[in-house]
Design a protein around this ligand. Structure first.
Ligand code: PLP
Length: 393
């Protein structure tokens, strides 16, 4: 039996796997057992910011693993403290809570909002249609896409979704009973859809008027991917709570909730916690990730190569206007919306040994390691230029 056949007999069928078996990675390439190199514009779904085989990351993981791998949150742990200090220093937030994943960061943020809301008589939570905050019940309660929600209700009370960028709906929905507004500045799974400047401005104004909390889900857009540390910075927003995960642990499971000064004492001892959250090996990796991204030019690379990627994708849109509806994104979080399904293009790129991903059925999404170079962008765009003429609309 092949590994694929064995997998089918042993796993719940929740994943549609790509028909490639990867055995190792190096830089921005993944390799199969036959030695074929795949150029990676998927990046472990926005996780592998430093690419593969980063020596400093491997060393930090090995050194911490040799000291201790887990001791529990009953103990103070140096890698956790140092990573929290680095996050505070970079972002200006007041406190950090570490968890293991994006959806756990959403759950923790929701609990914090509920606790704050109950002390301030605010029970409504507003979120955006078409958003993605994770797969757990709280996260699903904020979302609207039936692909993720159908059959899993009932959901949390008091969650209201409005269309992103609908200023009128925002005006109508928020008020003194609003505890928080959850949003992604760039909806990732939703198809790389950006918040409009008008919506961001109105959100900031209404928050000043009503005093609700802004919760930015930066699980996919954060930690330098868009060319700034947080995508909210592009939109002039200073959220009260920020959720992070994906690249934070350098490929090890690690999420974080960043909290502003006014919220630092909302959760008391015992109110929230986790066995594995803030695992010391993942935190040791996280220190290397932050250092490379913020202090060693990786974020600047994401900004400049990202601008080049968007420019080249826009040229393709000019070349194929009947097929390409829109090109969107910031930095190395880019999307190409087609008038047709994206799967045939994903397959054709895979044949040419380039890995991408399709979201919302019609959007080609590019989330490469933040260390890619312009030549890799050229390789992708040349392949797309060769593939697109054969795609019928
Ligand atoms: N929030 C956003 C914006 C995401 O893109 C994701 C995952 O894709 C999540 C939350 C959930 O993260 P995780 O899969 O680590 O639970």
């Amino acid at each position: 039996m092949t590994l694929f056949e064995r997998e089918a007999q042993s796993f719940l069928s929740t994943y549609r796997r790509l028909p490639v078996e990867i055995v190792r990675g190096e830089g921005v390439y993944l390799y199969d057992a036959q030695g074929n190199a795949y150029l990676d514009f998927l990046g472990g779904v926005a996780v592998n910011a430093l690419g593969y085989g980063h020596a400093g990351l491997q060393q930090a993981i090995a050194e911490q693993a040799a000291r201790y791998i887990h001791i529990s949150n009953y103990f103070i742990q140096q890698p956790q403290v140092e990573l929290a200090e680095a996050l505070k220093q970079i972002t200006g937030y007041s406190r950090v809570f570490f968890c293991n994943s994006g959806t756990e960061a959403t759950e923790g943020a929701l609990k914090l909002v509920r606790k704050w809301g109950s002390a301030n008589s605010r029970s409504h939570i507003v979120a955006m249609e078409n958003s993605f905050h994770g797969r757990t019940m709280g996260a699903l309660s904020l979302m609207t896409n039936p692909d993720y929600r159908e059959g899993f209700g009932p959901f949390l009370d008091g969650c209201i979704a409005i269309p992103l960028n609908d200023v009128e709906a925002l005006n109508r929905t928020v008020g003194p009973e609003t505890a928080a507004v959850f949003f992604e500045c760039i909806q990732g799974e939703g198809g790389v859809v950006e918040m409009s400047p008008a919506f961001a401005e109105r959100l900031a104004t209404l928050r000043r008027q009503f005093g609700f909390l802004l919760v930015a889900d930066e699980v996919q857009s954060g930690i330098g991917r868009t060319g700034r540390f947080l995508a909210s910075e592009h939109y002039g927003l200073t959220p009260d709570i920020v959720t992070l995960a994906k690249p934070l642990g350098g490929g090890l499971p690690l999420g974080a909730i960043l909290v502003s000064q006014q919220l630092k004492d909302v959760l008391k001892p015992g109110n929230h916690g986790t066995t594995f959250g803030g695992n010391p090996v993942a935190c040791a990796a996280g220190k290397v990730v932050l250092n490379e991204i913020v202090h060693n030019g990786v974020m600047e690379n994401a900004a400049s190569v990202g601008a080049y990627l968007l420019q080249q994708l826009k040229s393709l849109q000019c070349e194929f206007p009947a097929l390409v509806k829109d090109v969107r994104g910031k930095g190395l979080m880019a999307g190409v919306e087609l008038v047709t399904e994206g799967k045939p293009i994903l397959d054709a790129l895979l044949e040419r040994k380039i890995l991408i991903n399709v979201t919302s059925k019609t959007v080609l999404r590019f989330l490469p390691p933040l260390i890619i170079r312009p030549t890799h962008v050229d390789q992708l765009c040349n392949a797309l230029a060769a593939i697109l003429p054969a795609i019928s609309v």
